[in-house]
Design a protein around this ligand. Structure first.
Ligand code: ZN
Length: 276
């Protein structure tokens, strides 16, 4: 007996033809719960492809509205969406693409007050953040809840991706123990970015996420993949767990994230950001 209905069998036919996905794999995708932190340049391809693949619950966390300058890369949103919440625009795009998928909008900023509770409803988190403080916060929450954190970052003509699973490999904090000083790091939307670059990196993140859900292949755990669009080259660095890591090391100093915790709040929080 088939678990999938007739329409689902047609929608996911190309998955079903793959022995290593099949109906069992498609059922795993349909019952998976993925939190995508950011519905911008990286979050757009991640959410779009996870929705097409039939990932059943996608949380989209973003508190920004769509700006015309986002549309050079943020393919979830269109010109008529300018001024709307990105999460509303993302929900409409996903609903039109695949009614099997529920997009849960999280239109508030992720903070120490809400991160543990929001993450508890998901199996995997995807790093499509536009700022370092949110990235550290979600990394730490994922490490504490032992959930995979699929990282991506972009800068000008370059990007990078990795998959962090605390206990199996390093976390983001193992690589970069503390956030950079916000006084010297320009905000995301002050940095030039070739619009296609987050497409490439976001699709690597979506691929990692789908493989994790299906339990297929080798993930980027322990490897940082670096993409140079100008040379059209990928390199990879082997990365290791830091035994002194504050969140996933031998004697962690971060063992919980308390509401009101100040260390994740940037000293000067600008009201707008649409970087990635
Ligand atoms: Zn770590």
């Amino acid at each position: 007996m088939s678990a999938l209905g007739e329409e689902a069998r047609r929608r996911y036919a190309r998955h079903l033809m793959l022995d290593r996905v099949g109906e069992t794999g498609q059922a795993k995708l349909l019952s998976a719960r993925v939190l995508v932190v950011g519905a911008g340049g990286l979050g757009s391809p991640v959410i779009f492809y996870l929705a097409a693949a039939g990932v059943g619950l996608i949380g989209a966390a973003d508190s920004d509205t769509v700006d015309i300058s986002n549309l050079q890369r943020q393919i979830l949103h269109s010109t008529p969406d300018i001024g709307r919440l990105k999460t509303d625009s993302a929900r409409d795009t996903v609903e039109a693409l695949n009614p099997d998928v529920k997009l849960a909008p999280v239109a508030e900023r992720i903070t120490p007050d809400n991160v543990m509770e929001i993450l508890s409803g998901y199996d995997i988190a995807v790093d499509a953040c536009d700022n370092f403080h949110t990235r550290y916060l979600v990394n730490d929450a994922c490490a504490l809840q032992r959930k995979p954190f699929v990282h991506g970052g972009v800068f000008q003509f370059e990007g990078q991706a990795s998959t962090f699973i605390a206990g199996k490999g390093p976390c983001y904090r193992c690589l970069f123990p503390t956030p950079p000083d916000p006084e010297i790091i320009p905000r995301g939307n002050e940095i030039g970015l070739l619009g296609v670059v987050p497409g490439t990196i976001g699709l690597i993140q979506a691929t990692e996420t789908v493989k994790l859900i299906l339990g297929l292949g080798d993930s980027l755990v322990g490897r940082l993949l670096i993409y140079d669009a100008l040379k059209m080259r990928f390199r990879e660095l082997n990365i290791r767990r830091d035994p002194d890591c504050r969140v996933c090391g031998e004697r962690p100093s971060i063992t919980d994230i308390s509401p009101g915790e100040q260390s994740y709040i940037p000293p000067r929080l600008s009201p707008r950001s649409s970087a990635d």
